[in-house]
Design a protein around this ligand. Structure first.
Ligand SMILES: *Cc1c(COP(=O)(O)O)cnc(C)c1O
Length: 406
């Protein structure tokens, strides 16, 4: 049975949508693996992964099966009841990580909101009302709610919306001395992305994360890792903290967790979780059976040596090619990141031109991302096929060749 829809085009966006996005000129209508087709039938290779969301590409059979089965079983039941997919997913996350408890929500921002509220509540319960300061990194990104833009260190996202959440301190990323100077008895939490994603695919130094862990322990503060972008296999480990060997107290996950179905999770220990007693926090959709069934299928596929080792091998394929393009065309000065979160840093001559490269790439049939104006970002499916990597990189090279000739 097929449903008849009225035809719509890109121009409709400007007629009916709030203009807070500037989507590309074409509309993708179908995806399979790492390929996408637009309304005109043009095929593109997808190196964006829905911004590090489609961990298993488009319409992965295991996810389609999990979603379809759950869609025919139970959609929503609210948190007045619990449900089997949520409990199974929580078990899997707890078994695979430092965490002992999970809280489910619907996005990365909500996972961080829960993390920040938990950190403040723990400090309030244990040490009283003066311990509420959150230390975050300049240029970090934690989501778009008022609390999370206040914590994120980017004024362009937080200015102009009235008073911000108070008690947040920003320090330069990867600067141990600055962090040391900022942490005090008033600090309830330090929050860091193990790799700054939106901030330019900038990985933390191991010594920095280790120092953050020590400083938190010395000052009775909690260490929160925002792994919304780095988690669920993206780094080549299930979570990036496992790559670094530095264990947080609270971890937020979303994006790849659902492989394209909206879900977020806040993971923590039993001792901390117990501070969120009945009634202190919640969300209607959190732990929704559809979302949890899909996320369970994602973790089943991703948390295997085949996929995680594959991420490291595929990274090499990207890195070698991108470094070569960087030299040949003079566009990149460095290729950084971890696993399949890759940032090609623009050379001085190309600074500020990430968007132009994105557009040129799309014109050649390959979708890539930017991470700020100076970094071209790749966040493909973790199971992207080698033929798709090679074909996508060939298209990307054609875009660079045209741009640099012009
Ligand atoms: C995308 C992102 C978020 C926000 O997630 P949403 O699902 O958009 O709310 C938070 N933190 C990091 C590190 C992200 O990359």
């Amino acid at each position: 049975m097929s449903v008849q829809h009225d035809p719509v085009q890109r121009a409709d966006f400007d007629q009916v949508m709030v203009p807070n996005y500037a989507p590309a000129g074409f509309i993708p209508v179908r995806g399979a693996g790492s390929r996408v087709w637009d309304q005109s039938g043009r095929e593109l290779i997808d190196f964006t992964g829905g911004i590090a969301v489609n961990a298993l590409g488009h319409c992965h059979p295991a996810l389609v099966a999990a979603l379809t089965e759950q869609a025919n079983t139970l959609w929503h039941i609210s948190n007045v009841f619990t449900n089997e997919p949520a409990l199974r997913l929580a078990h899997k996350l707890v078994d695979a990580t430092f965490a002992e408890r999970a809280f489910f929500c619907n996005s990365g921002a909500e996972a961080n909101e829960a993390a920040f509220k938990l950190a403040r509540r723990v400090a309030f319960d244990r040490f009283g009302e003066d311990k509420y300061e959150i230390i975050a990194a300049t240029n970090s990104f934690h989501g778009r709610t008022l609390f999370t833009v206040s914590v994120g260190g980017q004024p362009k996202y937080s200015d102009g919306f009235g008073p911000k959440i108070q008690g947040i301190n920003h320090v330069p990323y990867n600067d141990i001395e600055a962090l040391k100077a900022a942490v005090s008895a008033r600090t309830c939490a330090v929050v860091l992305e193990p790799i700054q994603g939106e901030g330019g695919v900038l990985p933390a130094d191991l010594a920095y994360l280790q120092a953050a862990r020590e400083l938190c322990d010395q000052h009775d503060a909690l260490l929160i890792f925002d792994e919304v972008q780095t988690g669920m296999g993206r780094s080549g480990s299930l979570f990036a903290y496992q790559h670094y060997g530095v264990i947080p107290d609270i971890l937020s996950s979303a994006k790849s967790l659902g492989g394209g179905f909206p879900i977020g999770a806040m993971l923590t220990t039993e001792a901390l979780a117990k501070h969120l007693v009945v009634g202190t926090h919640g969300t209607t959709y959190g732990g929704n059976p559809l979302a949890c069934a899909v996320a369970e299928a994602v973790i089943d596929v991703v948390n295997t040596p085949a996929v995680l080792d594959g991420v490291k091998a595929k990274r090499q394929r990207f890195k070698v090619a991108l470094e070569q393009f960087g030299e040949q065309y003079g566009v990149f000065s460095q290729v950084r990141g971890l696993g399949l979160l890759i940032g090609a840093v623009l050379s001085d001559a190309w600074k500020g031109k990430a968007k132009a490269i994105l557009d040129a790439a799309a014109a050649e049939g390959v979708m890539v991302l930017q991470a700020g104006p100076d970094v071209v970002r790749f966040a493909p499916s973790l199971v992207v096929e080698e033929v798709d990597i090679d074909e996508g990189l060939a298209r990307f090279e054609r875009a660079l060749a045209k741009l640099t000739q012009a």
